[in-house]
Design a protein around this ligand. Structure first.
Ligand SMILES: [Zn+2]
Length: 247
């Protein structure tokens, strides 16, 4: 018999596999994104039933198989119940999990990814910052954590440590005065928008979700984030259509 392992993670998705069984995708700190089968959890009073839901964070005791894991137990740290009771927050959280599932793979050392997802779900749950802004921060930081971030301190074309207010997704970020004329699709940003992007890139994870911006600046940041994601993430996410349709 294979030995059990204990991995720390968040359930990115959980679907019915059969009448009593669930199939989960879990982002784990130690082994990246893995697939976990939970058999019999929907049977009667099985205590694992409520623990095998989306967003649950905790320590997963598992038996490794050839290309998936079998669930033994979950020691839950967070249920993120709030997210399942507010439909808008639920939709944003689902999107965050879907994007993370696409970006990660089995075998990744995923501590940074997991921390980013955790603080972002927490921010949605607290609800102090508008969800639209949380989404932008998440997207911008996500790209950064995955090594494909918006260049906001150095010109992505020549490397000069000075940038203008001209953003160009194809070039990779904010261009310097010397290079901005070469932007294919220049976006001329306000000073506040530039500062906000630099703040998001520079802030540690624990301080990313403690600010607000005016509506016009939010609109600029949304455009920057959308253009950047469209340029570098080759995927249309199912859940994005839903949140794009929210007021
Ligand atoms: Zn330059």
């Amino acid at each position: 018999m294979r030995e059990e392992v204990t991995l720390h993670g968040i359930v990115l998705s959980s679907s019915l596999q059969s009448e009593y069984d669930r199939r989960m995708v879990v982002l784990t700190k130690e082994r990246g994104r893995i697939t976990v089968f939970a058999s019999g959890v929907r049977r009667g009073t099985n205590p694992l039933q409520s623990k095998t839901q989306m967003f649950v964070m905790g320590s997963f005791t598992l038996i490794p198989g050839r290309d998936s894991y079998r669930l033994v137990n979950i020691d839950v740290d967070e249920y993120f119940h709030q997210l399942t009771m507010d439909i808008d927050a639920y939709c944003y959280a689902s999107y965050f999990c879907e994007v993370m599932g696409f970006m990660t793979h089995e075998g990744d050392r995923a501590a940074d990814y997991l921390n980013l997802l955790y603080v972002s779900l927490k921010a949605l749950e607290k609800g102090q910052m508008p969800a639209k802004l949380i989404r932008c921060v998440y997207e911008i930081k996500l790209m950064d954590v995955f090594g494909q971030g918006i260049q906001s301190f150095h010109c992505p074309v020549c490397g000069k440590a000075e940038v203008s207010n001209v953003f160009d997704a194809a070039s990779g970020g904010l261009l310097c005065d010397g290079c901005k004329g070469r932007a294919k699709h220049p976006l001329h940003l306000s000073d506040d928008a530039v500062y906000t992007i630099q703040y998001i890139n520079g802030a540690p994870l624990g301080k990313m979700y403690n600010f607000n911006v005016s509506d016009p600046v939010l609109a600029e940041i949304q455009l920057v984030s959308k253009q950047f994601m469209d340029m570098y993430v080759d995927r249309k996410f199912k859940s994005v259509e839903i949140i794009d349709s929210l007021p």
